[in-house]
Design a protein. Sequence first.
Length: 436
Amino acid sequence: MVADASTVIPDGALVTTGSRIEAVGERRELVETYPDHERVECDVLMPGTVGAHVHSVQSLGRGIADDTELLDWLFDYVLPMEATLTEREMEIAAKLGYLELVESGTTTAIDHLSVAHADRAFEAAGEIGIRGLMGKVLMDRRSPDGLLEETDRALDETEELIREYHGAFDDRIRYAVTPRFAVSCTEECLRGARELADEYDGVRIHTHASENRSEIETVEADTGMRNIHWLDEVGLTGEDVVLAHCVWTDESEREVLAETGTHVTHCPSSNMKLASGIAPIWDYLDRGINVALGNDGPPCNNTLDPFTEMRQASLLQKVDRLDPTAAPAQDIFEMATVNGAKAAGFEKLGKLEEDWRADVIGLRTDITRATPLHDVLSHLVFAAHGDDVVFTMVDGDVLMDDGEVTAVDADEIRREAGEIDLDLEDARESARQVKP
Ligand SMILES: Nc1ccnc(=O)[nH]1
């Protein structure tokens, strides 16, 4: 079996000290060197994946907006849903999202929440134990009732949340200031986001950028500039900025991304499903841009399975370039692990190495789909499913063991989520009036 020892370990074992990896290697070896220690043992051990762009709180909207393009999808379905959810529903939505992530092998999420009740998602992440870089969404124009906020209020609320949650839950949770996208934010809001990120050490910025053509046309009509140039102008590029999508960028915008060290999160399933386009991620990597991987939200994917996302990322590049050697498993795997960790800003995350953070998952391979197992990396990128994950650990704490999530009652979350009735009519009317 071929594998990079620092990333994937077949028939592996792991010993932790607190939140760090003490030792990791083949089961046989660790049984000898650590005979009396508590060990994690699994068919395959690998770093937990980093979902570098998700919307946990959109989890109640899976299947409500299929077969639409971005702005219809957003203004006719997703914004009305976010505007309608009560505090309790937002909490259930977030829990459902984190549950799906933890169950299928994502241990860190870069999470775009919603405008209201963001504290419920922070608390839910803390309760379940997932690692996250996340923030309340900022929207101060072209936004429906229930989401539209006055600029100062949106920024003040952000600052309150930074004070409360940045570094919370043993520093598993960090804050990202998250303007929704340039379409729904004023210049003052975008510049205010940069100021807040500069004021608080370790706070990052996460937003959507250049996902589809209607979006960049809207920004160009508003500002006279290409979207990435506009974001650069107002301070939203740099090593502390993670931009989701970046499908529609020209040469000069790509230079800006590379020069500023801005991170890009590729979301292939979402880009395919909303027919947004194919992001030029190999060009980005060639330029030295850090590219991470994300599932985006359940209403546009419609799964949060990181293994499916790795597969889609590779296949999309192969067909786009008509080159079967494009996007090999090792590069895609790095996007889903270390590159995501770099984007999220957590150091010593995303590899199985001594003294690195013990964010680890284990998969079973005693299944038909994994037999015979010629190449474990190939298996993980092209054949594995999130369902194969049986063990999830964050910071040395076990979140799922033998397929059972430990910190929360998963049945109860699913039951409550299943009973929520979405009635979007009024909110949809309001959203239509502000649609670009
Ligand atoms: N792709 C997206 C753009 C803006 N907002 C969203 O929720 N999703």
